[in-house]
Write a protein that binds this ligand. Structure first.
Ligand code: SF4
Ligand code: SF3
Length: 543
């Protein structure tokens, strides 16, 4: 196997024996073949579009299959092989429909019969084999990983019936770029990568509309971090519909629902917070599962990433749904959570003794673009009067590697006349800090999930508009932490919008070649993080 798609990749180079995330060689092979099969399907889908044939099933299958190859989504080889077979047969069906000849290996691709033959196929199908030039190879990987992020957002939006055939076409163009018989130049690869960033902005816009039109605009909401007595289910991942369905199915059953990880911001949506048994949040970011889940006395449902190998002591309490999978973990389908509910009822839930161990703590969520822009006048006045000196967006993914304390320290060290916007699971490094307020505006504003990065972009663009300047002239600095491929997609979106001077950490992606990195630094002034003190000093003394 060869996988270097996430920040925790082995030795900062690549995982080639087993994934640091727990991915096996077998799963890596299947995922590589899914990507290869999707490239073929993309060529066919684009050809079909030329004949005005837009197949909705193909579009949805593409984003599902691609999302399944994202870090910490699916470790279940059987489920992945089933998806791979679906992709191959979708390609064949569509080829038949449009009478397209199988004129290249991509269009002829069939699943080999043995594990060894599959490995051989995966080697031939990998970017390493297919794109020789080191820098084009680096950009091809950047493009693929960005597309995985786009697929995740497009899939979330499609679940709530928000789709755009043009977005799917962009995904097909990205997947087949460099695999359609042409050999793109370095500049063309760079354009393709930035186009992926633009497509991601559209995907995030669709998802924002899907979430807010279905569940209402998030409003500032206090969330308790202390559990209460009673039966319990913990919901992890990012999928709002799964949470909504579970809340409906558990209503009146005497079960309390807690959010975990990226589900925290869901407390702010009116149609979700209306359920009185959505009682609080439990735990922190994904990498602390093994430490925190043994203390959860109920069922645990994963709706999307990030799942880790469940330790034996709590594995039987874990359920997956949608695209998430782990071998040996019960998978439930079609929004039917009866098994999860049954299991939660069979467990003891939180007792009086349990809850006594947790301090009564509350935090505030719900500062999406609608809320923040609702007080835009106050924010603008604050800047004009000098009460607000600077904005920071400190956001992105969390992870297990050391070096991520940078973000905690950074936030702690920010001066009292600055505002911190945050999003995604990186916030758990500082989400419960009491940073006070500036004229009634909390200094720490939770914009939402990584899926809500669109909100942060909207806020930045609106501020630039209000101050009649470009985003790069605003007293705003983006300090991002990356881990998986949704973060890659978001970064590409920011670059495609021309946003410069982003601080990026905790380490730089292994898939960037020295020349590509150099181009990014020169064109976009991307800065690797150093120390919180040094970076803050540079930022605040510059503007
Ligand atoms: Fe390694 Fe990350 Fe790939 Fe897992 S997803 S195999 S940790 S690079
Ligand atoms: Fe986190 Fe996986 Fe990326 Fe949604 S839950 S941000 S890492």
């Amino acid at each position: 196997m060869f996988c270097n798609q996430c920040e925790q990749t082995a030795r900062g180079i690549a995982c080639n024996k087993a994934g640091v995330c727990g991915k096996t060689d077998e799963v890596a092979t299947t995922q590589d073949l899914i990507v290869y099969a999707l490239r073929g399907l993309a060529l066919v889908a684009l050809e079909a579009r030329k004949k005005q044939i837009v197949d909705k099933e193909t579009d949805r299958l593409t984003v599902k299959a691609l999302f399944s190859t994202l870090t910490n989504v699916n470790f279940d080889n059987d489920a992945l092989v089933a998806l791979l077979k679906e992709v191959i047969s979708a390609r064949k069906e569509l080829m038949k429909k449009i009478s397209m000849p199988a004129s290249s290996p991509l269009l002829n691709f069939e699943l080999a019969g043995s594990e060894q033959a599959l490995q051989e196929q995966a080697k031939l199908a990998s970017i390493e084999t297919l794109v020789n030039d080191q820098d084009c190879n680096s950009l091809a990987q950047t493009l693929l990983f960005g597309l995985k992020g786009v697929a995740a957002y497009a899939d979330h939006a499609a679940i709530l019936e928000k789709e755009d055939p043009e977005l799917y076409a962009d995904i097909y163009r990205g997947l087949s770029f460099g695999f359609d018989g042409k050999t793109p130049s370095l500049t063309e690869w760079i354009d393709a990568v930035l186009n992926c960033g633009k497509a991601n902005l559209r995907a995030m816009e669709l998802l924002d509309a899907a979430n807010t039109e279905t569940y209402g605009q998030p409003v500032p909401t206090e969330v308790s971090l202390a559990p209460i007595e009673g039966k319990a289910i913990l919901v992890s991942g990012h999928d709002l519909k799964d949470l909504y369905d579970l809340l409906n199915q558990t209503a009146g059953k005497g079960i309390n629902i807690y959010t975990h990880g990226e589900m925290l911001p869901t407390h702010a949506y009116p149609k979700l917070k209306q359920f009185p048994h959505l009682v609080g949040h439990f735990g922190t970011a994904w990498q602390n599962q093994a430490k925190e889940f043994p203390n959860f006395p109920g069922a645990i449902l994963f709706t999307t990433n990030c799942i880790q190998r469940p330790a034996e002591e709590y594995a039987k309490n874990v359920f997956t749904t949608g695209l998430v999978g782990y071998p040996g973990v019960t998978h439930v389908k079609n929004g039917d959570f009866s098994k999860v509910i049954e299991h939660a009822l069979s467990l003891k839930g939180f007792t009086k003794e349990d809850i006594a161990k947790y301090p009564q703590k509350k935090i505030l969520v719900g500062f999406g673009h609608n809320t923040v822009l609702g007080v835009a006048d106050k924010v603008i006045d604050g800047v004009k009067s000098g009460a607000i000196k600077h904005f920071f967006l400190v956001g992105g993914c969390d992870g297990a590697k050391p070096g991520r304390n940078y973000y905690t320290e950074f936030v702690e060290k920010t001066p009292k006349d600055t505002i911190i916007l945050t999003l995604a699971c990186g916030k758990f490094r500082f989400f419960d800090k009491q940073l006070g307020d500036i004229g009634g505006i909390p200094r720490l504003l939770d914009v939402g999930q990584c899926n809500d990065a669109f909100g942060a972009v909207k806020i930045a663009l609106a501020l630039a508009d209000a101050f009649k300047c470009g985003v790069n002239e605003l007293p705003l600095t983006l300090v991002l932490s990356w881990y998986e491929q949704k973060a890659v997609a978001i970064l590409l979106t920011l670059l495609s919008l021309g946003i410069k001077g982003i601080y990026l950490g905790p380490s730089l992606p292994a898939f960037l070649s020295p020349a590509v990195l150099d181009t990014l630094v020169k064109t976009f002034d991307i800065k690797p993080i150093s120390t919180p003190g040094e970076d803050l000093n540079t930022i605040l003394n510059k503007k």
